[in-house]
Structures are given as structure tokens and as C-alpha cells.
Design a protein around this ligand. Structure first.
Ligand code: MG
Length: 351
């Protein structure tokens, strides 16, 4: 029976691959505070593909619930519908949306195609995540001593006046050459954003991320105006999560920064080609992936040839159980750290 099945498959083996997947639900070590409330666990699917030559590829499909796009259940249903031996054109036949699943399949197929190893010895800087509010102040010191020079601080969380008052203390605590990047996660209106941008102007602020919400009235023009009126660059994050957002902002010649989360981008290779063609200013950022997603996202970050801003990948260890995290937060991620990551271990741990 086994021999017969193999013979039946032979004529199409070069066109198809075997697809298996495992669904995961992993608790965070500590819940994350987001604009949508507390985020306690990460859900997704690890995809494993194997071709006729025995090559294996990996993908991590993990939508972010707070972004209100596809749900993990929709991803699981769509993945099951692909069958056990889809062919190479599988992505084109997926329904609309499903960016997380598309990129996972693309990452797995890229493994099958034999992606070249990353250049040994290369490394990229990483931003340290410091806690919101006053807790940021004591947190800077150990990060600075460890060698971090870029620090990301969530704002728009507490009272505006209190946070503005803390800004100078934080700037004073920065190491030599250190910079703060601020992320408001869309919390402000125009007046609040302008107050902050005035204050940021002559301080070591690398950029201000998403000062107003993507769905605020007139948000696009407001963001564009804020970017033109103040010297501190503005970075788009939530404004870039949906299909078509990237082209929309490229068409507008957005002069600021693009936060790029490979895990949530349907076709990250194509998106990066467009960003490169526009000579866009890009910050690679995590969506709190497992090691499988981290590996494919970081491979893309190492392939980016534009100016290298610190990676927004200082998120691990993120999971309560060991064995699922990407590279532990350190001032740099080296190419060797990415090559050393082991998708097979994640797969086995989910068994
Ligand atoms: Mg952000």
C-alpha cells in the first residue's frame, strides 16, 4: 500500500510539498499591556513543509488579535483547507487577508528554495524595551551598562503631564550617544501630539511612533502634517498593518519611518523591495513571534541594505515555557544567532 501510494505521487512530487502544522497557545511570562488591554498569550500555527528531496521549511502564522485582522481560528481553518500536499502556487489560492498565513507559507517555501546563509560576523543593533511610566527610569541603567544605546519607551499610557515631566529625567539617564524612541500607540489627539513634538525637538529622541490612531478623523493628513512641522521623525506602525497600507503611504511619499513587522506582512519580500525602491527609512520590528517566526523575520532584517536602525526585536524571553523564544534581548543580534535558531526544536516541543 505504501509503495503504491508513493508511485501514485511520483509524477507530481516536484510540484508539491507535504504540509503539516501544529497549533500553539503559549502564555507570556508576564501579560503585555496594549491599547486593546492586557495580552496574556500568543496563539499561532507552526508550519512544516517538506519537499520530495527531503528539504524542510518552516513558517510561523500568528496574527495579532489587537489589530482586528484575521483571527487564529480563521488561520487554522484556511491552513486545514490547503490539504496535506499543496503545490507551489498554494498562496495564490488563499482567500483574502490571512497575511500571517501567507508570510508563513512564503517563509517555508523560501527554506525549500535554499536561502543562502547570512554573512558571518554581521550584527545589527537592538533597541531595549523599557517599561512605561516612572519605572522606565531605573530600568535604563542596567540596559545601558549591558551596552544598549537605543531605548524604546511607551507613552500615552499615563497622564500626559506626568509623562512629559519624566522625559527630561529619562534623557538625562541616557548613556553617551543614547537615544529614546517613543511609541504612543495612537493614544493622542493633535494637541497632545504637538505638545510632545515641541518638547522632543531639541532632545535625543530618535523618533515618535504612531502619535495618533490610524482611524482617527483625518489621521493620514494629520500624521503627514506633524511629520512636516517638527524635526523629530514620525514612525508609522498601526497605520501599516492592513493590506494596501504600505502602498498607500509609499504613494504619499511618506517622509518618516516605516515600522515593518515581517510576521504580519503577507508578502514581506515584495514589501521590502518596494520600500527599498523608495529608499524608505525602515525599522524592523517583532510581533512577538516564536523562534520560528523570529528566524524568518530576522533573516529579512539582515537582508535589508538600507540604513540599519536598531531592531525592535528586544522582546525575548517572552514566553513562560522555555524553548520557544527568539534571541534573548541583547544590544546586538548577530547573524550567527539567527543561523543557530532551531525550528525543529520548537516543532518537537509542541508535540
Ligand atoms: Mg508600535
Amino acid at each position: 500500500m505504501a509503495v503504491f501510494a508513493l508511485m501514485l505521487q511520483l509524477p507530481v512530487l516536484s510540484m508539491t510539498f507535504r504540509l503539516t502544522y501544529r497549533r500553539y497557545r503559549l502564555a507570556f511570562r508576564a501579560p503585555l499591556r496594549t491599547a486593546a488591554g492586557l495580552w496574556r498569550e500568543r496563539e499561532g500555527l507552526i508550519l512544516r513543509v517538506e519537499d520530495a528531496a527531503g528539504r524542510i521549511g518552516w513558517g510561523d502564522a500568528a496574527p495579532v488579535p489587537a489589530f482586528g485582522l484575521e483571527t487564529i481560528d480563521q488561520v487554522a481553518v484556511a491552513c486545514a483547507a490547503l490539504g496535506e500536499t499543496p503545490d507551489e502556487g498554494v498562496i495564490d489560492r488563499l482567500g483574502p487577508g490571512l497575511a500571517s498565513l501567507r508570510q508563513a507559507l512564503a517563509a517555508a517555501q523560501s527554506d525549500l528554495a535554499g536561502a543562502p546563509p547570512l554573512p558571518a560576523g554581521r550584527f545589527l543593533p537592538v533597541a531595549a524595551l523599557i517599561p512605561a511610566g516612572r519605572a522606565a527610569l531605573p530600568a535604563i541603567v542596567p540596559f545601558a551598562e549591558a551596552g544598549f544605546r537605543t531605548f524604546k519607551w511607551k507613552v500615552g499610557v499615563g497622564d500626559l503631564g506626568d509623562e512629559l515631566g519624566l522625559l527630561d529625567d529619562l534623557c538625562g539617564a541616557l548613556p553617551s550617544g543614547g537615544r529614546l524612541r517613543l511609541d504612543a500607540n495612537g493614544a493622542w489627539d493633535r494637541r497632545a501630539a504637538e505638545r510632545w513634538l515641541e518638547r522632543c525637538a531639541d532632545r535625543p529622541i530618535e523618533f515618535l511612533e504612531q502619535p495618533v490612531a490610524r482611524d482617527a478623523r483625518g489621521a493620514d493628513d494629520l500624521l503627514q502634517g506633524l511629520g512636516a512641522d517638527y524635526p523629530t521623525p514620525i514612525a508609522l506602525d498601526e497605520s501599516l498593518v492592513d493590506a494596501g497600507d504600505l502602498d498607500h503611504w509609499l504613494d504619499r511619499d511618506w517622509p518618516g519611518i516605516y515600522i515593518f513587522k515581517p510576521a504580519l506582512c503577507a508578502d514581506p519580500v515584495l514589501a521590502l523591495a518596494r520600500l527599498a525602491a523608495a529608499q524608505a527609512d525602515v525599522v524592523f520590528s517583532s510581533a512577538i513571534e516564536t523562534a520560528v517566526g523570529a528566524r524568518s523575520a530576522l533573516r529579512l532584517a539582515f537582508g535589508w541594505t538600507g540604513p540599519a536602525r536598531a531592531l525592535g526585536f528586544g522582546v525575548w524571553p517572552a514566553f513562560a515555557l522555555p524553548g520557544f523564544d527568539g534571541p534573548a534581548a541583547a544590544p546586538f543580534i548577530r547573524a550567527e544567532d539567527v543561523e543557530r535558531m532551531n525550528p525543529e526544536a520548537v516543532w518537537t516541543a509542541l508535540n
